[in-house]
Design a protein around this ligand. Structure first.
Ligand SMILES: Cc1cc2nc3c(=O)[nH]c(=O)nc-3n(C[C@H](O)[C@H](O)[C@H](O)COP(=O)(O)OP(=O)(O)OC[C@H]3O[C@@H](n4cnc5c(N)ncnc54)[C@H](O)[C@@H]3O)c2cc1C
Length: 400
């Protein structure tokens, strides 16, 4: 197995590196690097810069603006994007609904949705999970009944990320209550402006509004918004979830965070010396670097294998990438929390006495450390929880 890059691959990587750093606004990249929340406009601006250069949807079919890249090129793209702290193109559009419509949608759906989805003229959100249907997704109960040539949708979706910004939602709905649970599910596209839809915010532990509950109360959906065949939605969902795993290890992101923690540790005083001079701290950094290197080599092995296998079929090793990748992402946020030390404690402006005009004692970067740490508890849950990934490893590798 050859894990070295060819000269052409290195040139490809260098071009991307230059593009991401020169073309995506530094202010947006700074927010990503510091782990701050992006607003809607930041995400749209960055996404459209990538799309204008043909770099938002490289995983799509070439006919619809994708790239005929090798697995190595795809890997380099994701790695460089994350290392440059460029916001990922909107995942719901690029890795989820776009490929599903391209593969299973009607010609009319392709024409109507794909260009607008690629350019983020339509912002999609994902309506799969429900209360009681997360890991066991096939138990979902939101129903779509046919009445007067329309689907009437009723039920509730949970954890809908960035649903507050979305124009459309792609949903799994139950169209046959009698069939075996995986057999009675369909994939519907629903305009969020349709009467009967209510979006309710869920504020997460870091104080952010990132996820929502979405309620459907007799929502009328035209039949032409069904993707593919009725009751085949589970097959399309499996295809979508395989796509979702692309770049799940987020190695470039963890590398970028670790480099930042090292730089900040050199600037941070602790007990009359810098934190970087503390051997115990450096040992922990070294452990993380070793873990990250091992993960990177595992990722490269998966990529090298993809040179010879069907790239559309997920490698069960991607479960290992998900588990280790999420653990390392969480560990880097913990390290940053430690560098911030007591300055990570929140000091809300409204708690200050009236007329307070003292300069802040803490560095500005430190106030993002605790929210980031808490926010990243999510990475071992979404995209298939780490326990579910362990079940996959047990079955696929260990034959248990
Ligand atoms: C921040 C965030 C954003 C999300 N965004 C979206 C979104 O945009 N759209 C969407 O549709 N969904 C979204 N999700 C939902 C996500 O996919 C689910 O949370 C996830 O699938 C787990 O489901 P659950 O929360 O119902 O937990 P449950 O499935 O109830 O699991 C609870 C616990 O039990 C464990 N468990 C469950 N089954 C097994 C088993 N068989 N063996 C061993 N352990 C098991 C789980 O690992 C977990 O620890 C999001 C979740 C989070 C946290």
């Amino acid at each position: 197995m050859d894990l070295r890059f060819t000269p052409e691959e290195i040139a490809f990587r260098d071009d991307l590196r230059r593009f991401f750093r020169e073309k995506v606004p530094a202010e947006i990249r700074r927010k990503v690097a510091e782990g701050r929340h992006l607003d809607r406009e930041d995400i749209i601006t960055s996404h459209r810069i990538l799309n204008a250069a043909g770099l938002a949807t490289p995983n799509w079919p070439v006919a619809w603006g994708g790239k005929d890249w090798s697995p190595v090129q795809r890997y380099l793209y994701t790695e460089e994007l994350q290392r440059a702290a460029v916001p990922l193109p909107l995942q719901f559009n690029v890795f989820m609904v776009g490929p599903v419509i391209a593969a299973f949608g009607s010609e009319e759906q392709k024409r109507k949705f794909l260009p607008a989805t690629a350019n983020l003229d339509i912002w999609w959100c994902q309506g799969f999970s429900e209360p009681g249907a997360g890991s066991d997704l096939a138990s979902l109960r939101t129903s779509a009944e046919k009445r007067d040539g329309k689907y009437i949708v009723s039920g509730q979706k949970a954890w809908t990320t960035l649903g507050q910004h979305a124009d459309w939602i792609f949903c799994l709905v139950r169209t046959d209550k009698e069939a075996k649970k995986q057999r009675g599910i369909s994939f519907l596209l629903i305009d969020m402006k349709t009467p009967g839809i209510t979006v309710r915010p869920v504020i997460t532990i870091d104080g952010a509004h990132e996820v929502n509950e979405v309620f459907f109360d007799d929502v009328e959906v035209p039949m032409e918004n069904l993707v593919g065949e009725e009751n085949r939605g589970w097959d399309y969902a499996k295809f979508l979830l395989a796509n979702e795993r692309t770049g799940i290890a987020r190695i470039g992101l963890s590398k970028q965070r670790l480099a930042r923690a090292k730089r900040l540790a050199r600037e941070t005083e602790a007990g009359g010396r810098t934190l970087w001079e503390d051997g115990d701290f450096r040992r922990r950094v070294a452990e993380l670097e070793v873990g990250l290197k091992a993960l990177e080599i595992t990722q490269m092995r998966v990529v090298a294998n993809q040179r010879h296998r069907d790239a559309d079929k997920p490698d069960p090793a991607s479960s290992i990438l998900k588990i280790k990748g999420s653990e390392l992402q969480q560990a880097t946020t913990e390290l940053l929390l430690e560098v911030a030390g007591p300055y990570a404690l929140p000091a809300p402006e409204h708690d200050r006495p009236e007329g307070w005009n003292e300069p802040a004692v803490s560095p500005e970067w430190a106030d993002a450390a605790a929210p980031l740490y808490f926010n990243y508890r999510k990475v071992s849950i979404y995209g298939g929880s780490n326990e579910i990934q362990r079940n996959i490893i047990a079955k696929a590798f260990l034959g248990l």
